[in-house]
Design a protein around this ligand. Structure first.
Ligand code: EPU
Length: 423
């Protein structure tokens, strides 16, 4: 099994150069794995990233009775013919936020499900009222017993109009999973439009579901009696692609990112160009190059198609090298600037006002420091900061967070000329 622990030691100050391939999307894979629970036939997922969160989701599915096997690298076979439980194992499910998606799938397939309160990264309050009130609108009895949420349908679920208080990514996917076999039509109003939600809808359509409007903020689902197994290719990871584009810009390098979907990254590429980074896209390729002065930016992390919150920390690191004062507003989560304290250890001039705005003055020369990866994206951001630090060595600890979401990040960075070692 791949090593997913330890620290990364980085000797920065080298421009990244070369070509790097993008893996399948972490978050789209979690949705696809949950969808496979809806049918007794096999589902075969292609382009699956080999990352910690996928391993953990596989454990969650196995704890329900599904078999989950790697057929070959990046191809996952899931067979949920013999589910023996409607409640995933507490230890694995509670620490993986995406595991809560099994709730909608099990409710649709078995008419009942119970799941622990989902944990996940420390990035702010993460309520699940959108999921729970949606299940209730479809006719399920929703209750709580200690740490477990329980949803039970005494009769078949009935389609309904559901107004989501917030366009929650997992909430929207969970409601689609529950609604695809409900009787009649469901409308999810104020649905999330993220590409990962579109990916889930496309896999469900491949399984025989009738869904329209995915990718917009109103999704309609016409319930069907039966779904079938399918083969489905996971969409490229836009966040990984964005990470390499930002790394190129930050180190004054030139990187070609292949196997990406540039359309999913328009908000980032627009902002990078605004900062003076050369960005081009064609087909499934993206080029990012920077050799001049970076301009400061004001950015806002927003639901799609706004700038992804999952790229916010990395853009902030880039802005430490911009000439002037930048403003970073996090508008999705209420506590996703915790990395700022770690970034200051490398010499960045970052001031936070409250928990959602950071003011960054640049450029500041970064120097190596000992820092901790606090979550998957904050960890990636600190690794990028280490690559930009021209003096000293940076050690990023708790790299397992990063390995949960990035396939071989250290190896891929090395292939671009970075000096990164796992210790
Ligand atoms: N929210 C509500 N009510 C709900 C659910 C969410 O108010 O019932 C609010 C949250 O408080 C938060 C905002 O909605 O402020 C966004 O939460 P959302 O539910 O959309 O996030 P999520 O579905 O839990 C997924 C990704 C995250 C990504 C967010 C936003 C997965 C497994 N996780 O989380 O990914 O940041 O959408 O795009 O799909 C990551 O990959 O690093 C990561 C954290």
């Amino acid at each position: 099994m791949r090593q997913r622990n330890g620290s990364l030691v980085i000797a920065g100050g080298r421009p990244l150069k070369g070509t790097v391939g993008v893996s399948g999307s972490k978050n789209a894979t979690l949705g696809a794995m949950a969808a496979a629970l809806l049918v007794p036939e096999e589902c075969v997922l292609q382009n699956v990233p080999d990352i910690g969160d996928v391993d953990q989701m596989a454990q969650v599915l196995r704890s329900l009775g599904a078999t989950v096997e790697w057929a070959s690298p990046h191809v996952l076979r899931i067979n949920a013919a013999k589910l023996h439980s409607s409640s995933p194992a507490m230890e694995t499910a509670s620490s993986l936020r995406g595991s809560f998606l099994v709730m909608g799938a099990l409710l649709g397939r078995l008419g009942e499900a119970s799941c622990p309160q989902p944990g996940g990264d420390v990035i702010g309050q993460r309520p699940i009222d959108v999921h729970l009130s949606g299940f209730a609108a479809l006719g399920a009895d929703v209750s709580r017993d200690g740490d477990q949420f329980i949803a039970r349908a005494k009769k078949p679920l009935e389609g309904a109009t559901i107004f989501a208080d917030y366009p929650s990514v997992l909430g929207t996917q969970n409601l689609m999973l529950a609604a695809v076999t409900a009787r009649g039509r469901t409308r999810i109003v104020n649905a999330a439009a993220e590409p990962e939600v579109q990916g889930s809808a496309e896999m469900l359509i491949r399984m025989g579901a009738r869904i329209t409007g995915h990718g917009s903020h109103t999704i309609e689902v016409e319930g069907v009696e039966r779904l079938r197994g399918c083969e489905y290719e996971i969409i490229p990871d836009r966040l990984e692609a964005g990470t390499y584009a930002i790394a190129a810009a930050l180190t004054g390098g030139e990187v070609e990112v292949t196997g990406a979907c540039p359309r999913h990254l328009e908000s980032l590429t627009y902002k990078l160009r605004d900062a003076g980074v050369g960005v081009e896209a064609a087909g499934d390729r993206l080029w990012a190059r920077s050799d001049g002065e970076l301009r400061p930016l004001t950015i806002q992390a927003l639901p799609y198609p706004g700038l992804a919150t999952d790229l916010q920390a990395m853009v902030a690191v880039l802005l430490t090298q911009a000439h002037g004062v930048s403003y970073v507003h996090e508008r999705v989560f209420d506590n996703r600037l915790l990395y700022a304290g770690e970034l200051r250890k490398l010499g960045a001039d970052v001031v936070t006002t409250g928990t959602t705005t950071a003011i960054i003055s640049g450029p500041t020369p970064l120097h190596g420091a000992h820092v901790q990866a606090l979550d998957v994206r904050a960890g990636a951001a600190l690794i990028l900061a280490g690559l930009a630090a021209a003096t000293g060595r940076t050690e990023v600890t708790d790299v397992y967070h990063v390995d949960r979401g990035y396939e071989r990040l250290d190896e891929k960075l090395r292939s671009l000329g970075a000096q990164v070692q796992r210790v």
